[in-house]
Design a protein around this ligand. Structure first.
Ligand code: SF4
Length: 456
């Protein structure tokens, strides 16, 4: 039986970012389908090397994960025929490529396959590197199985395999290594597992990869299967389920009720980090969350300008100005139901400048007054696989393009040119606003206090 090694590359972070890290659910699903026909291993470089930090050549940027010597030793020990590397985040593209190069330095015969959100529409560019043999674009389970069957057996797996709901290979997870401080949401109440039972989104926002990656139709795992999976997750020692479904409001109400109740029924806590699509939220949706025992949620309010959101194909049900009264309504319902919430505002859309940044600052203060426990600012990025990428990537200056400067492609850094303010000034303005609005006790990303690292 051929050996397949699935890997998550080391991660980079800016000094003022949280060291968030969730279980690699995508890789576990890939492992779940491959293990029917291949011997599958998982090497989670940033998890196993969570405390191994190293400075990079760039001021304020560090890397964490197993060091290269240990990575090489582990690959040699497993001696895989195939290495599959996850690249879900554009800012980790450099780490992904380096990992593929390490594999090829060990043995050029090992087949390398890259998958994840960053690869959407990028196969041609990514396979320019001699370290990458194949790119799997979009949902990977069926594609990678077919690819490997074709490479090793010149045949394809039976279609029946794809009709079954795939189960993530939770047995490969090194559950004991996860810690609450790896959370990307506010105040986790214990060791948490980031879970989702849905794929696809009918909204098709221009800045988001989801509809392109998973399709525009919302698909749901059968509730019985979800229950069994969450039971297994509990047995692994996790204490909280963080729901990451982007659009739970679009799930049928009965399904949503059963789904969100599972953690409470199993004695676990639950946080809805996929969040509420606020413009469509009704009071009974908030009451349902409370009834199911969900203690917190995310309100991704995005731009203060509804016209900007319309240009991104979002919030068509609201006209300019209506979002203020709608947000007041939703915030009141959440407060009444004793559900904590945090918000995020998207800034730096094409053509924005000082005026829009000031408006974002005012909007954040307004959200804080409504009761948000924290308000974050997310710089807009035209990620590969989005319509925004096709429309605006050419506007990005060469010193912010992801091919050479992927570290600028996280929420903390602007990349799209601003009308009348430099990147540095804009970043400083937003950093100050963030601290003024939230106080010094909240980190730049949702979570705990900033831990300043002395690397240099
Ligand atoms: S941002 Fe949310 S609503 Fe828009 S396409 Fe992505 S998942 Fe759907």
């Amino acid at each position: 039986m051929e050996k397949v090694l699935l890997m998550r590359p080391s991660q980079i972070r800016w000094e003022n970012e949280r060291k968030r890290l969730a279980p690699p659910l995508g890789l576990l699903y890939i492992a779940g389908i491959l293990k029917e026909r291949y011997e599958v291993f998982l090497l989670d470089v940033p998890l196993e090397g969570y405390d191994v930090e190293a400075a990079t050549s760039k001021q304020g940027l560090y890397r964490f994960g197993l060091d290269e010597e240990e990575i090489k030793r582990r690959i040699v020990e497993i001696s895989p025929d195939v290495v599959g590397i996850e690249c879900n985040f554009t800012y980790c593209w450099g780490e992904t490529l380096r990992l593929a190069q390490i594999v090829k330095e060990i043995n050029r015969e090992i087949v390398t396959v890259i998958g994840g959100h960053h690869t959407m529409g990028m196969s041609k560019e990514l396979t320019q590197s001699s370290a990458i043999n194949y790119v799997v674009e979009g949902e990977g389970e069926a594609k990678i199985l077919r690819l490997l069957d074709w490479i090793f057996h010149h045949s394809f797996a039976s279609e029946d395999l794809f009709r079954l709901p795939v189960e993530p290979a939770l047995d490969l997870l090194e559950a004991e290594l996860y810690k609450p401080e790896m959370s990307s949401h506010i105040n986790p109440q214990g060791k948490h597992f980031v879970y989702l039972s849905s794929r696809g989104c009918p909204i098709n926002c221009k800045f988001c990869t989801t509809s392109n990656y998973f399709g525009s139709k919302l698909r749901l795992l059968p509730i019985g299967l979800v229950e069994r999976q969450i039971e297994k997750i509990k047995k692994l020692g996790f204490e909280e389920i963080v729901f990451e479904d982007d659009n739970s409001l679009f799930m049928p109400r009965d399904y949503r009720k059963e789904y969100f109740s599972i953690p409470k029924n199993l004695g676990l806590t639950a946080f809805d980090d996929g969040g509420l699509y606020f413009s469509k939220t009704k009071e009974r949706d908030v009451e349902l969350l409370a009834e199911c025992g969900v203690y917190g949620t995310f309100l991704p309010v995005e731009s203060p300008s509804i016209k900007t959101m319309h240009r991104q194909n979002k919030y068509w049900e609201l006209t300019e100005g209506e979002q203020v009264s709608k947000l007041k309504e939703v915030a009141n319902w959440l407060t009444k139901a004793k559900i904590v919430f945090y918000c995020a505002i998207m800034i730096g859309f094409p053509g924005e400048g000082k005026k829009e940044l000031r408006k974002a600052n005012d909007y954040a203060r307004f959200l804080k007054e409504l009761g948000a426990v924290a308000v974050f600012f997310h710089w807009t990025h035209p990620y590969p696989g989005t319509e925004l990428f096709r429309d605006t990537y050419s506007l990005i200056p060469s010193n912010r393009r992801f091919e050479k400067y992927p570290e600028f492609w996280n929420f903390n850094k602007p990349v799209l040119p601003l009308r009348d303010i430099s990147f540095e000034e804009a970043e400083a303005y937003i950093e100050n606003s963030f601290v003024e609005i939230n106080g010094p006790g909240v980190s730049r990303n949702p979570g705990f206090d900033i831990k300043r690292r002395v690397i240099y």
